[in-house]
Ligand binder design. Structure first.
Ligand code: GTP
Ligand code: MG
Length: 195
């Protein structure tokens, strides 16, 4: 897919205020610091469309980007960031839950997972929750450049094994590295087939 235009539209504080034009949209979510903003910049080919943070937990709103005037890319706040106040974490969780339970134009949620770690409870719990709400989802493994291929493959296999306990059909997955610019075409191809 060629990106002709990628514009930041706005950041919304709740699902009620999100765009009402019904264009298809693709949400990116994952543990804080997993590399969401970096991946969005890789996908759109714009260096700093989404803010890459050295301090985790910077994304605290529903951030909308309009791509080729046809579909939205949505950068969601990360989960599992402990250094925010309890109240703030609860507020973010409510916002994200509201988004997933009510957003009708959500075509697919891409859940980002650090390819360098064995399955974490927080990722598994989040994926199970989305699954139980019947949110269409795919997995994106990030930062694959940081470990050897064997380690990445082992971590992915372990994640699929853990999910297979509750998922009759496993979600599809793509391996990426924003650093090495890997996996971009695969993610874009997935989006293109779904639009
Ligand atoms: P929050 O919005 O704060 O939750 O973080 P995020 O998920 O948007 O992550 P972000 O893209 O800001 O990246 C977090 C850190 O990981 C930054 O220091 C990035 O430079 C680094 N990073 C992101 N992608 C990659 C990657 O593919 N490889 C490596 N080695 N580092 C990466
Ligand atoms: Mg971010």
């Amino acid at each position: 897919m060629v990106i002709h235009s990628a514009e930041f539209i706005a950041s919304f504080p709740n699902v009620q205020s999100c765009p009402k034009d019904g264009l298809p949209e693709f949400a990116f979510i994952g543990r804080s610091n997993v590399g969401k903003s970096s991946l969005l910049n890789l996908l759109t080919g714009r260096k700093s469309l989404a803010k890459v943070s050295s301090t985790p937990g910077k994304t605290q709103l529903l951030n909308y980007f309009l791509i080729n005037k046809k579909w939205y890319l949505v950068d969601l706040p990360g989960y599992g960031y402990a250094r925010l106040s309890k109240e703030k974490i609860k507020g973010l969780a409510n916002m994200v839950n509201g988004y997933f339970s009510q957003r009708k134009s959500l075509t697919c949620a891409f859940v980002l997972i650090d390819a360098n770690l064995p399955p974490t409870k927080i990722d598994l719990t989040f994926i199970e929750e989305l699954g139980s709400q019947k949110v269409p989802l795919a997995l994106i493994f990030t930062k694959a450049d940081k470990s050897g291929k064997m380690t990445v493959e082992k971590n992915i296999a372990a994640m699929m094994e853990a999910l297979s306990a509750t998922w009759p059909v496993l979600p599809s997955h793509i391996v990426t590295s924003s650093e090495k610019r890997l996996g971009r075409d695969e993610v874009m191809a997935a989006i293109e087939t779904l639009i």
